[in-house]
Design a protein around this ligand. Sequence first.
Ligand code: UTP
Ligand code: MG
Length: 474
Amino acid sequence: MSTTGGLPDPALVVLVGASGSGKSTWAAQRYRAEEVVSSDALRGVVGSGPHDLDASAEAFDILDRVVAARLRRGLTTVVDTLGLDEGRRTAWCTAARDAGLPAVVVLLDTPPDVCRRRNRARDRPVPAPALTAQLGKVSALGAALDLEGWDIVQRVAGPGDEPDGIPERPDRPTGRRDERRSSQGLRFVLQVSRFPWGEAPAGWLSAVATAADEAGFAGLALMDHLIQIPQVGRAWEPIPEPWVTLGLLAGLDTGLELGTLVTPVTFRAPGITAKAAATLDALSGGRAFVGLGAGWWEREHAAYGLSFPPARERLDDVEAAIATMRALWAPGTKAAAGLPETTGYPRPAHDIPIILGGAGARTLRIARRLADGVNVATGNVDRAIAALEGTDVTITVLDLPTIGRDREDTWARVERLRGSTPAAAYAERTHAGTPGQQRDRYGALADRGVDTVFVALADLADAADLERLAPLTT
Ligand code: UTP
Ligand code: MG
């Protein structure tokens, strides 16, 4: 689950506090306007204005229905009322529990004199005795909130509690001096899987790579498929041959490591992949890597006249391919790995890392013996850690997040991208959040031992989209 300002997200968040304690301000600084359900605002909708107390019953009736509807869809909901009515409060808590969402209560424990001063400064102050009664109720609440069954009781002391920015983390030991690592100790590699390049393929690719370099990415990886896969786009959308494309990118003035994520072993004879990677490494001054996998999509094999043997055989081929590539990259020429000679020039400019894709038991066993890294989904990190314990095989993850500049932009993207998937489910699956929220998630991955995050954006349209990712790599 994601968090917002340290609170679970999605969640039901019920505000409690006297008039002028800063409830609406607190909510507006952290949540989208649509996520906040306010009794004042609803009084203005069904009555003459926010202070039309005659409209209270109807306003609360609608408020309860809005809360119920949003909870049913798993959407974050902030209840902005005084929150001092115990019956209403506990009913909302139960409703969140029934919907399977965390129930959070936030008590704005602002000093009484601050509430009074702010109240006096308003156009329509609450009568002083009413405010005094509210403040009495707030202070009487005390520990009672802790006994109401909330998952989280958060107390906000009042002025000065600003929303969280990007948290500072202690420096972690860094690897090679020229390696690009974030302050969380992670390397970020942009994985490009869709190519909305319009009329200018080379210009689009060059601009995206240059922007990734400027945004602090350590590398750029291309997906290797012959037909665009249904998880990403339509079959008639462009999906370029990656090794040719990487050759173009090698000619740009960037420090990006360049490779595939991942090349199916079924596409090219391993010697040919070794040749392409060695050439790329020579052209780029030692920045090539090879992502390798067993392949999975039968259709593209059939369409291109390639055979698609059973999984066990494909994994045998992965194992043999690693041996072949390493033999052809090693210095000197001799009989090796079943080859009569290893005459391959140009030699690569550095030791080309091989990253194996997949978290199957056999794949992880092969990686343990032969690979430099593995690439797994974020859900398989623990599996990979267990399988690779005691080795220096690095763990990399492929992450497909929805990232917006802020909460508003993030949810606009969720709404645009989700298709017919319910918004809450899409947001959860793609870990929708701001760069700050993504950093929290990535920090947790780094703490578990992840070395590199391959980031793939479902809505990468052009170079400008990469600017908002810069906070991740710092
Ligand atoms: P709010 O309007 O946020 O208070 O702030 P509230 O708790 O929601 O009040 P009710 O219950 O709806 O009446 C009250 C005033 O205090 C200022 C706000 O700008 C607003 O004018 N305020 C709030 C601050 O100056 N600083 C803060 O940290 C919070
Ligand atoms: Mg308010």
